[in-house]
Design a protein around this ligand. Structure first.
Ligand code: CA
Length: 225
């Protein structure tokens, strides 16, 4: 068995507190992670939907979209990244509500940074096992075996190029790509953009017509398999 060297874990911090946010950013940087800071729920939602993170730290008390609301939206959008919710509320019912909303862990403010880091390490333990899996709507996409396990249990095998195209779309589920961008990133050896349409057709034939969505005037984005 060979050791897999993982890149630094990417951490999304959503915290509106002007002191705590930058402090968490520095804390995670000095712990060897690559953190991004979103100062409100809207920015957090955007970052979480357009980037790939290994763990999310969500403040519960945020303006406009609070931390639990944000987490609920992300879970409904298929974002399965482990989440730790920070909160000033520490009653049992608050913790239960937090965990019920889809958080993997819950830390009450004020907290010791060592404890926060230890809990984040626990959440990152599953990273090796999940690093090569993406979701496509309700289906699980395994990048190693190039198979998609649909929500009805059917397993569909993809070719290398089909898998490369689906991986690009699944890694950026909220983003639409132009055919030119797809060629540049997935089929750099192709002579034109028509190849993109061909592989979108193949993916739809294998995974269902809704697996890849057409965005009028732009190109394609991930759909639901
Ligand atoms: Ca707050």
């Amino acid at each position: 068995m060979t050791d897999t060297v993982l890149p630094p874990a990417r951490v999304l911090v959503v915290e509106d507190d002007r002191e705590l946010g930058p402090l968490l950013l520095r804390l995670f940087r000095s712990a060897g992670y690559e953190p991004d800071l979103a100062p409100d729920g809207q920015a957090g939602l955007h970052l979480a939907l357009t980037h790939r993170y290994d763990v999310m730290i969500l403040d519960r008390g945020l303006p406009a979209i609070d931390g639990l609301d944000l987490l609920g939206r992300l879970r409904r959008s298929g974002v399965t990244v482990p989440a730790l919710v920070l909160t000033a509320l520490g009653t049992v019912s608050d913790r239960v509500t937090g965990l019920d909303s889809g958080a993997e862990d819950y830390v009450v403010k004020p907290f010791e940074v060592e404890e926060l880091l230890a809990r984040v390490r626990v959440l990152l333990r599953t990273r090796v096992a999940t690093a090569e899996r993406l979701t496509v709507g309700g289906a699980a996409f395994d990048l190693i075996t190039r198979t998609v396990t649909r929500s009805d249990g059917a397993v569909v095998a993809l070719s290398g190029r089909e898998s490369d195209l689906l991986r690009l779309l699944a890694r950026h589920p909220a983003r639409a790509f132009t055919r030119e961008e797809i060629v540049a990133r997935v089929f750099p050896d192709a002579s034109g953009v028509a190849l993109v349409d061909t592989y979108v057709h193949y993916l739809r034939r294998k995974l269902g017509a809704t697996a890849v969505a057409t965005v009028r005037g732009v190109g394609y984005r991930l759909g639901r398999a």
